[in-house]
Design a protein around this ligand. Structure first.
Ligand SMILES: NC(=O)c1ccc[n+]([C@@H]2O[C@H](COP(=O)([O-])OP(=O)(O)OC[C@H]3O[C@@H](n4cnc5c(N)ncnc54)[C@H](O)[C@@H]3O)[C@@H](O)[C@H]2O)c1
Length: 260
């Protein structure tokens, strides 16, 4: 049976990725720093032989190693999904907030990836998928270190892919857009912001955690065997719509249409 570990699997997108992975036939390790969330999610999935609860922080090499030992198998896939955000203007952001976001998102992705890659190398290969964000492609106001960590994870993904390709390890990133769930729940619980944001998405709807889960599992699958170092954007087109959202006077828009 194929196996996969998802960090931050206790809630939000990680929980849905875990559920989809179980449905797709994986034995799944649900790794999270929140012990209660790990247990609740593992109980909800209710397939004890396929779900392994793992309590660990991605910021600790020792805890990640212990979690891998407890999993009792070298996973075929590892999903670096754990992530945090601390909102606030850069001018006022406490340094400890900045550092904690860098520590979990960027350093945590590095620690976990390196720890599992050493084992995947011995096994002859594997797949690592790193959750980034469209906020790592285009800056957002008041999102502190978040966007910078996501951008850095994209480059780290490329670096890991070129260093570890010879070991059969593929490393890709996945940038979700406006997702109706997880850490964005408070935004979309507000009807006004929900409407404004939904109208901006070219495909006409918010993304679902299941959209992200399906794309993650694609990147782990044999169908993605020749894809590595790539960032897959899962955003209904919004990252490409910046120019489309800038109005032009109709006199300019019509130039050239009638041979002028
Ligand atoms: N929800 C969105 O709209 C959205 C959009 C773009 C990208 N993302 C990315 O998707 C990923 C999942 O986000 P989410 O929305 O599900 O967030 P979430 O807050 O709902 O869940 C994050 C999970 O990570 C866990 N976690 C936090 N620190 C940890 C640590 N040190 N070690 C292990 N686990 C830890 C938390 O306990 C929690 O269960 C994140 O990387 C996030 O940046 C989310």
């Amino acid at each position: 049976m194929k196996s996969l570990i998802v960090t931050g699997g206790g809630s939000g997108l990680g929980k849905v990725i875990a559920e989809h992975a179980v449905e797709s036939g994986y034995r799944v390790g649900i790794l999270d720093v929140d012990e209660e969330a790990v247990q609740t999610t593992a109980n909800e999935i209710d397939l004890p032989e396929k779900v392994i609860p793992l309590v660990a922080s991605v910021t600790s090499e020792e805890q990640i190693q212990n979690a891998l030992n407890a999993f009792e198998a070298i996973p075929d896939a590892w999903i670096n999904n754990a992530g945090i955000v601390k909102f606030g203007p850069l001018l006022d952001q406490p340094l400890e907030d900045w550092r904690s976001v860098v520590d979990v998102n960027l350093t945590g992705t590095f620690i976990a990836s390196r720890t599992v890659a050493k084992q995947m190398k011995d096994k002859g290969g594997g797949s690592i998928v790193n959750l980034t964000s469209i906020n790592g492609i285009s800056a957002g106001t008041n999102s502190g270190a978040y966007g910078s960590t996501k951008s850095a994870i994209s480059l780290l993904t490329q670096q890991m892919s070129i260093e570890w390709g010879k070991f059969g390890i593929r490393v890709n990133s996945l940038a979700p857009g406006l997702i109706d769930g997880g850490m964005s729940e408070p935004i979309y619980a507000n009807p006004e912001f929900r409407k404004i944001r939904t109208e901006k998405v070219p495909i006409g709807r918010l993304g679902l955690p299941s959209d992200v889960a399906a794309a993650v599992l694609f990147l782990c699958s044999e169908n993605a065997d020749y894809i590595t170092g790539h960032e897959l954007v899962v955003d209904g087109g919004i990252i490409n719509s910046i120019i489309a959202n800038l109005p032009r006077p109709s006199s300019v828009d019509s130039v050239g249409l009638d041979g002028d």
